[in-house]
Design a protein around this ligand. Structure first.
Ligand code: SAM
Ligand code: SF4
Length: 331
């Protein structure tokens, strides 16, 4: 019996934020001095994460993504990967990462059963990369991308948040990168996540800019299905290119009608929607599989038909002070 929410959407995907900590401070995600970190003792243990995965897998969850914060800063992540891949019913395990630590871990991650990675990369210019991430080095992220290709963590997708006045002048460079390498570059609209603006109102730009840039450069974008699934992205090939382009428009074109995902936060709350304040802690039910499964169904039943995040950066449905940052929910 598949997991169906109150609006008829089938759910088979759980995104797990394993930590709210990060080695970078991207300007759209965190303040320069970071966030109030959850204490180590309050973070859901690997053992408990696996209990939630097992309960979900019996209900039809078969796809898992590890995210954060930066998942690779959590100690012994490889151990969690081994445990999750051993859960019956889990067919696909992916990770979203800033890639900077991948050169150290890619081989081990692949060996433990990780199938693929999405790597965040918002600039191909080292000075700009540093100013967006506030402390990162572009060559670390690029080496991470090479390591992902080398160790077959494929398809390797890049997540690029489009920011007016920051990286909108680099779109053509990214399109050329997708021509030269087997990378799937997904442009994402800037989202007003968290209780602070984080520059959203100055830097949001709809993704029509990508189509216009491709057209002006004489590049033809042809719709294609993507290996491993495109999720909410519209995917396109570029004539003669090795990779593809994806467009993810959470703001200008809601994709909520096809949403298939649930989220687990670092301290163990289940959330049905990134941009909704409702959440339910799993801890009280962690040793009772039936109760955990009932909780999963309860969370799904209260999932909204669509988020109310709009281009003006406001969301009437979320009370002030109740909005988690992206790093505390898991992007
Ligand atoms: N640290 C990892 C990384 O950067 O890939 C995983 C966590 S990060 C929160 C997940 C994704 O969320 C990244 O691709 C990041 O670009 C995206 N993200 C964070 N804040 C965002 C925002 N305000 N708007 C759009 N995307 C955002
Ligand atoms: Fe860290 Fe990822 Fe947020 Fe950047 S987007 S600060 S890498 S969690």
């Amino acid at each position: 019996m598949p997991l169906i929410d109150g609006h008829g959407r089938k759910h088979d995907y759980l995104r797990i934020s394993v930590t709210d900590r990060c080695n970078l401070r991207c300007l759209y995600c965190m303040d320069a001095d970071g966030i109030d970190q959850t204490s180590h003792s309050a973070i859901l243990s690997y053992e408990d994460i696996v209990k939630v995965v097992s309960a979900g897998a019996e209900l039809g969850i078969n796809k898992i993504r590890l995210t954060g914060g930066e998942p690779l800063v959590r100690k012994d992540l490889v151990e969690l990967i081994r445990k999750i891949t051993a859960v019956p019913g889990i067919k696909d395990l992916a990770m979203t990462t800033n890639g900077t630590l991948l050169p150290h871990y890619a081989a081990e991650l692949k060996g433990a059963g990780l199938n693929r990675v999405n790597i965040s990369l918002d600039s191909l210019n080292p000075v700009k990369y540093r100013s967006i991430t506030r402390c990162g080095e572009l060559h670390d992220a690029l080496e991470g991308i090479e390591a992902a290709l080398q160790y077959d963590l494929k398809p390797v997708k890049l997540n690029t948040v489009l920011m007016k006045g920051i990286n909108d002048d680099e779109v053509l460079d990214f399109l050329h990168l997708a021509c030269e390498k087997p990378l799937h570059i997904r442009f994402i609209e800037y989202m007003p996540i968290g209780d602070h603006d984080h520059g959203y109102s100055n830097h949001y730009l709809p993704l029509d800019h990508i189509r216009a840039t491709a057209k002006n450069a004489g590049l033809t974008l042809t719709p294609v299905p993507l290996p491993g699934g495109a999720g909410p992205a519209e995917s396109y090939s570029i004539t003669g290119g090795k990779g593809t382009i994806g467009l993810i428009h959470p703001i200008s074109k809601h994709f909520c009608s096809t949403c298939n995902r649930l989220r687990l936060t670092p301290e163990g709350s289940l959330k049905a929607c990134l941009y909704w304040q409702d959440e339910e802690p799993v801890q009280p039910f962690i040793n009772d599989k039936k109760a955990l499964q009932a909780l999963i169904k309860k969370v799904l039943n209260s999932k909204p038909a669509e988020h109310q995040m709009d281009a003006d950066g406001k969301c009437g449905a979320v009370k002030p002070g109740k909005m988690r940052t992206m790093s505390r929910t898991g992007g």
